[in-house]
Design a protein around this ligand. Structure first.
Ligand code: ASP
Length: 323
């Protein structure tokens, strides 16, 4: 039997519904303990109650601590797989940060649930069992951090939460899952083409994420400039275009050597320097804004946070964001 580390961090998967009020909150003792017997038929599972937080309370510092803890425990206790339970709201950010930082080929799987432990159709125990099966499978080796829910296996890089309550919320727009969990097997049908890793042990940068909207107030950019910001991610329209009113603000940030990373608020596709009008992609490229190739805003923010620990050189940053 494989030796699997199961790290709990909290989230709905560890919560219960109050039948009087209908609200959902943290349980005193983790309801997932009741799954241990089923899990022990699949692997030798060691539990680590690392955190007990709703995922909107999780910060990049928690994520960094989590990555160090995983790396240390894999190295010193020879775990052959790792499963992390996490709230679904920020799950994709934690999974992506781990993917960028962890230096291991051991399968690392992040999972969660959309329904709390005592709700009808609770998906937590099932997702946990699927995740332990995935982490214990030889085929999951060397594929980077994986996200497993609802019988699907996704890469940390491409997966995103697409629905507020549906149990099929985790999707990889454009790319799809790389595998499925069936009754009998853990089947991969794709192999991630690139792996990316950064040797970073601290996260010190303050990165702001803003979204473009029609008629955006340009003074927003001035307000941001007064904060202690080290970098900005901007979710632009379509192929990477912003309202012309915010261009002077962006120019000011560039003059202050604050890197600006461009992503699209569209679900699929990449940002490109197609449009030459004021605020169009071509104009933004000429200003020195950094283009990305498919990351969403919240993940580009995590990546910029990490990348700025390695370099502040604009060209180097641009290169990193095209990988
Ligand atoms: N709000 C919850 C959380 O992220 C949602 C969930 O876990 O599904 O902690």
């Amino acid at each position: 039997m494989k030796k699997i580390l199961l790290l709990h961090t909290g989230g709905t998967i560890a919560m219960h519904e109050d039948e009087q009020t209908g609200t959902v909150g943290p349980s005193v003792s983790n309801p997932l303990y009741s799954t241990i017997e089923s899990l022990s038929k699949i692997a030798s599972v060691i539990v680590d109650d690392f955190l007990h937080l709703p995922s909107p309370h999780i910060t990049p510092q928690h994520m960094l601590e989590l990555s160090k803890r995983i790396e240390r425990r894999i190295k010193t206790e020879y775990f052959e797989g790792v499963v992390i339970t996490h709230g679904t709201d920020t799950l994709e950010e934690t999974a992506y940060l781990l993917d960028l930082l962890l230096d291991t080929d051991v399968p690392v799987v992040v999972t969660g649930a959309m329904r709390s432990s005592n709700e009808l159709g609770a998906d937590g125990p099932y997702n946990l069992i699927s995740s332990v099966r995935t982490a214990a499978s030889d085929a999951a080796h060397g594929k980077g951090v994986l996200v497993v829910l609802n019988d699907e296996i996704h890469t940390a890089k491409n997966v995103t939460k697409t629905h507020t309550s549906n149990i099929a919320t985790f999707q990889s727009p454009q790319y799809g899952p790389i595998g499925i969990v069936t009754r009998r097997d853990v089947d991969f049908h794709h192999v991630p083409s690139k792996r990316e890793r950064y040797d970073v042990s601290t996260l010190t940068k303050n990165i702001v994420l803003i979204k473009c909207y029609a008629g955006m107030d340009p003074s927003l950019l001035d307000a941001i400039l007064t904060t202690s910001m080290d970098g900005l991610v901007i979710e632009a329209f379509g192929q990477g275009n912003v309202p012309p009113g915010i261009v002077p603000g962006l120019e000011k940030l560039i003059k202050h050597h604050i890197p600006i990373v461009l992503v699209s608020r569209s679900f699929g596709g990449i940002v490109q320097d197609t449009y030459s009008y004021s605020g169009g992609g071509r104009h933004l490229k000429e200003l020195g804004i950094i283009f990305t190739n498919g990351l969403n805003g919240q993940k580009a923010r995590i990546k910029l946070m990490i990348a700025l620990e390695v370099t502040s050189d604009r060209n180097k940053l641009q290169e990193l964001f095209l990988t």
